[in-house]
Design a protein around this ligand. Structure first.
Ligand code: DGT
Ligand code: CA
Ligand code: CA
Ligand code: ZN
Length: 576
């Protein structure tokens, strides 16, 4: 891994902290802190300056000693002096520094006065009420420490995007109403539409004197305040979701939004493009020779490095920058491109509503068609349909269609793929339907080759329109089964059938990479909600987010097509 300026600054910061805890010479400590800042704000990579044998002592605050240390860090990734300091001090002290509200001064006094040298001892001291009596602490700080330790135990915990969405919406609306607040935006993985979110990042532009931070930490849903400052605060909501809020100036809004939207890899790549042009790009703006030249909008940031604006869902440094440079960014599919939903259940199997109720709800969303796709008989827990009940349902759909104007209910099924790759209903029954969705609900543990071949055999049956939830994963709950998705995509291409992107927030299956693969192979992806009730139809938006992360355009998505076109695409998959 090449060493970046941030890495060098991090070494100096940690050295300053450790020296501070040890009670070292304040001038020495300040020298390291200043050096860290110089390094961070430098518009060029020190690594390159070292390679070019440039004189680093020409930089402000960098003397012989620091210049040698920079060379050492570039060469080895760390500094022997830091290793020595770490070895001299209990490891727990460094960890304690990462707790918001605990700076070197406080860590030092916890260590000296109470003998605390680990997070466990810190927690015990706080629980025993020993910390409140230390000079400079108090009861409130003691509680903050306990809260932060709890939050720390929770970090690593992730939330479904769908679980944080209502919280994000409510908080944004509430922030907007605070006096002096001019602009509010979500950032981070949430804005990139990742299927799971570690914490929520929010950005605010506010006039000077706006009470935004005071109000933020008083928000109803706040359980703990983890840190509160003028430009940055963090809280834990009742739901245990952490929210980081940053307040920025108008002229920095675009630059900050770009920075805090990430991903980190994308940021680093953009910043490097800036460096190549002699620009410094950070969360405050775009700078040439310390002079602000832009950053009010994200467009200004991208324009500074000769790129068009890049949609957040693509910002993973996985080819989007090259595509942007060549003018080949995809025109991503949008929610209002969808014309229907082709996977849903009704009360006939394990759903909650009637066919008519599903149809009316879908029409209210602006759709032109839906498909009813109940489970097949094998799935007894879901009251799967046998041939007789399926044919009865067909008649009900015919009756309904004759009443509905400008809206069509298609006849489908979600048929189980049996262990040998046969389908759970006979071909002559399936043939009478408009489409056949097939999926796996048993034998998840087959070896990868067997599982893949099982599904390929199913695809080769005379009636097979699309494979539903292809990997079987349940986010945060169940890993995908072992299956070779690229091979399935290839087979779907040859067979002329389709892949589902199941939009259920727990599934989002296909994943983004496989969506991209399907697009590149020319296999259309169908965004289906798998709704079990009318309110589930709304989940399509999560499928759209995932499709966009997968670079899909309107034409790559099956259910953006008009009914007529759809029917001819289906006919080929139904042996017609
Ligand atoms: P998450 O919360 O784990 O789902 O993922 P993110 O992407 O929201 O990550 P988070 O909350 O840690 O940080 C928000 C954004 O801030 C991240 O996407 C990029 C930016 N960021 C954070 N730390 C760094 C860093 O060390 N370097 C750079 N270049 N950007 C960073
Ligand atoms: Ca985040
Ligand atoms: Ca964050
Ligand atoms: Zn289903």
């Amino acid at each position: 891994m090449p060493v970046h300026n941030q890495d060098i600054a991090a070494v100096f910061e940690e050295m300053a902290d450790l020296l501070d805890i040890r009670g070292d010479n304040p001038f020495r400590i300040r020298a390291y802190r200043n050096a860290a800042r110089t390094v961070l704000e430098l518009g060029r990579e020190l690594r390159e300056m070292v390679e070019a044998k440039e004189d680093l002592t020409a930089l402000p605050g960098i003397g012989d000693d620091l210049s040698r240390k920079i060379e050492e860090i570039v060469r080895t990734g760390t500094a022997a002096a830091l290793q020595k300091l770490r070895a001299e001090m209990p490891a727990g002290l460094t960890e304690m520094l990462r707790i918001p509200n605990l700076g070197p001064k406080r860590v030092k006094s916890l260590h000296k006065e109470l003998g605390v040298q680990s997070l466990e001892q810190l927690e015990k001291a706080a629980r025993d009420g020993k910390i409140r009596d230390l000079a400079g602490f108090g009861e409130k700080t003691e509680q903050h420490i306990l809260d932060a330790l709890k939050a720390r135990a929770l970090t690593g915990k992730r939330f479904l995007r769908a679980a944080v969405t209502p919280y994000a919406g409510a908080l944004l609306a509430w922030l907007e109403k605070i006096p002096g607040v001019q602009q509010v935006a979500p950032a981070g993985s949430f804005r990139r539409a990742k299927e799971t979110v570690g914490d929520l990042d929010m950005l605010v532009v506010a006039e000077a004197g706006s009470p935004v931070m005071d109000r933020f930490v008083q928000y109803d849903e706040v359980k703990h305040v983890l840190a509160k400052g003028e430009t940055k605060s963090s809280v834990l909501l009742q739901s245990d979701i952490q929210v980081d809020l940053r307040v920025v100036e108008t002229r920095s809004f675009g630059a900050a939004l770009n920075y805090f939207t990430g991903s980190k890899a994308h940021n680093i790549a953009i910043r490097r493009l800036g460096q190549q042009r002699g620009l410094k790009i950070n969360e405050y703006g775009v700078f040439r020779d310390e002079k602000y030249i832009g950053g009010r909008t994200e467009q200004e940031v991208y324009a500074a490095v000769d790129l068009p604006w890049i949609p957040p869902e693509l910002r993973e440094d996985s080819g989007e920058i090259e595509a942007a440079r060549e003018g080949k960014l995809p025109e991503l599919v949008r929610a209002d491109d969808l014309r229907g939903d082709l996977h849903m259940h009704t009360a006939a199997s394990d759903g909650q509503n009637s066919i008519a109720e599903m149809a009316l709800a879908a029409r209210a969303l602006g759709y032109e068609y839906i498909a009813i796709t109940e489970h097949s008989k094998r799935l007894t827990v879901a009251r799967g349909l046998d041939e007789k009940r399926l044919m009865e349902q067909s008649e009900e759909i015919d009756r309904l269609n004759s009443e509905l104007k400008g809206f069509t209910v298609l006849k489908g099924v979600e048929v189980d793929i049996l262990e040998d790759g046969k389908l759970d209903l006979p071909d002559d029954v399936l043939k009478r339907l408009d489409l056949v969705i097939a999926s796996i609900h048993s034998k998840f543990n087959l070896p990868v080759q067997k599982q893949t071949e099982r599904i390929m055999r199913a695809m080769d049956r005379p009636c097979f329109t699309m494979l539903a939830h292809p990997s079987g994963r349940l986010l945060l709950e169940r890993e995908p089964y072992a299956v070779d998705i690229p091979r399935l995509i290839q087979h779907a291409k040859e067979r002329g059938c389709f892949m589902e992107l199941n939009a259920h927030p727990l599934r989002l299956d296909l994943n983004d990479l496989h969506c991209r693969m399907a697009r590149e192979s020319g296999v259309k992806v169908c965004i289906n909600t798998d709704a079990h009730g009318v309110s589930d139809l709304d989940n399509a938006r999560f499928g759209i987010g995932q499709a966009r992360r997968g670079w899909l355009e309107k034409r790559d998505v099956l259910n953006t097509h008009a009914l007529k076109q759809l029917k001819s695409l289906f006919a080929r998959t139904m042996g017609k």
